[in-house]
Design a protein around this ligand. Structure first.
Ligand SMILES: [Mg+2]
Length: 422
């Protein structure tokens, strides 16, 4: 049997685990997308994630203690403006119409008594990791599917008829230990288990035994993996429910691989196992701005962005080996380059590599409008997988970056800058 474990309104629940006075009241977590990292003008920062999006947390600045007024409220000519969007709302807040991605100002109109907490992504990330480790102790085969979702494969571990009891115990243990409410879906098919979790919420357990009967009248939009594109194609054939998908086998098989895969998932015949590989593939940040012609200024901004990546890499205890830089110029001109270095990561190594790439690909007399930095190719931090030649020296600079990390975690990302940023 497969279990799908999903934390109910994760960020909101995480804040409640941290501050129990938030339990039982309408509350939500909010965040602002516009964060100033260059301390000049306010522009757009986007985090890139080549996975699901759920793993990458905009760690930047967000873990400083901050209150509602200073974080969400702008004063423009004396006028008070509430900025930001809801990222996670408690069920009490949802009951009065608050939804994820709703502007906070609008959500407060629906629910004036709601408490909105600025997001603490690092807190959520740590909690997610701790929960992953805990679930791994209970189930040997676990896939982390997003920051708050896990699949577990019970085959050879728990007998099918005992799956429900096992899930119940697990749910209680997670509540006891982490103060987090999870819902659990159970099925012999992986994606049906995920679907079942929606029927289990909030704080429930739902087991699907008769897959055909269960899917019959579920709308296609509810199924994981039926995105906008598939919805349009299915609706063009008047297919609105999963039961109707099941009865249109030949149609879906005509759509080749994606159609066949979807058909098998919907009907629970996919035989897909779980993927226990570590999920992260890349960490990145990109930023757009008005054209900059001064190459020194571009370099300075690039190094500030690099510091943010260093912070995330160190927080995640990852060691990247592939380093990317992409530069967007005016008139749609783009240059990019990546380099691979099997070395122990450190801030100075990273900045040296970036500097080198930049010198190679930068165009003169053209205005830079976008910078994108990312790192990938994560390996374990182990001498055997990294270059032995430079290992001793790298270890020293890596330790130094570790010390910087501790300072930044305590005092904020701005506490230590290096010469290249000044
Ligand atoms: Mg969830």
């Amino acid at each position: 049997m497969f279990l799908h474990i999903d934390i109910d309104s994760f960020f909101a629940s995480a804040e409640r685990a941290y501050d129990p006075s938030l339990i039982g009241i309408p509350m939500a977590v909010g965040s602002r997308s516009n964060l100033e990292i260059f301390n000049t003008e306010r522009t757009h920062i986007r985090l890139m994630n080549e996975n699901s999006g759920a793993f990458v947390a905009p760690v930047f600045y967000s873990d400083r203690e901050k209150d509602f007024e200073s974080y969400f409220v702008d004063r423009i000519h004396g006028e008070r403006k509430v900025r930001g969007i809801i990222t996670s709302a408690s069920y009490e807040a949802r009951a009065c119409g608050v939804k994820t991605a709703m502007p906070i100002a609008q959500a407060l109109k629906h629910c004036p008594q709601m408490v909105v907490i600025p997001s603490h992504y690092k807190r959520y990330h740590m909690l997610s990791r701790a929960l992953h480790r805990f679930i791994l102790k209970k189930i040997p085969k676990v896939e982390q599917y997003s920051i708050d979702e896990f699949f577990g494969d019970l085959d050879g571990w728990v007998r099918p008829e005992e799956a429900y009891g096992f899930a119940k115990t697990l749910q209680h243990e997670i509540m006891e230990r982490y103060k987090l409410p999870v819902s659990i879906g159970i099925s012999r098919a992986k994606w049906i288990a995920k679907l079942a979790t929606e029927s289990a919420k909030p704080y429930g357990i739902f087991q699907v035994n008769d897959i055909d009967a269960y899917i019959e009248s579920i709308p296609i939009e509810s199924f994981p993996g039926i995105g906008k594109g598939f919805q349009r194609r299915l609706k063009a054939h008047y297919i609105k429910t999963l039961g109707e998908v099941k009865r249109n086998r030949s149609l879906l098989y005509r759509w080749k691989k994606p159609g066949i895969q979807l058909y098998k998932r919907v009907t629970g015949t996919d035989k897909e196992g779980i993927d226990t590989r570590p999920p992260r593939k890349s960490i990145g940040i990109s930023r757009t701005f008005d054209p900059i012609y001064d190459m020194q200024e571009v370099r300075r901004r690039m190094m500030i962005m690099a510091r943010h990546i260093v912070y995330m890499v160190m927080a995640m205890e990852a060691n990247p080996t592939i380093y990317y830089l992409r530069i967007g110029y005016e008139a749609g001109i783009r240059v990019k380059k990546s380099e691979t270095h099997h070395r122990l990561f450190s801030e100075s190594l990273y900045k040296k590599i970036l500097d080198h790439i930049y010198t190679e690909i930068a165009l003169q007399h053209k205005g830079v409008i976008k910078l994108s930095l990312s790192v990938s190719g994560f390996t374990s931090i182990h001498p055997r997988t990294l270059s032995l030649l430079e290992f001793d020296q790298d270890r020293r600079t890596h330790l130094l970056t570790g010390n910087l990390q501790q300072l930044r975690e305590r005092f904020g990302l701005d506490i230590v800058k290096t010469g290249s940023e000044l």
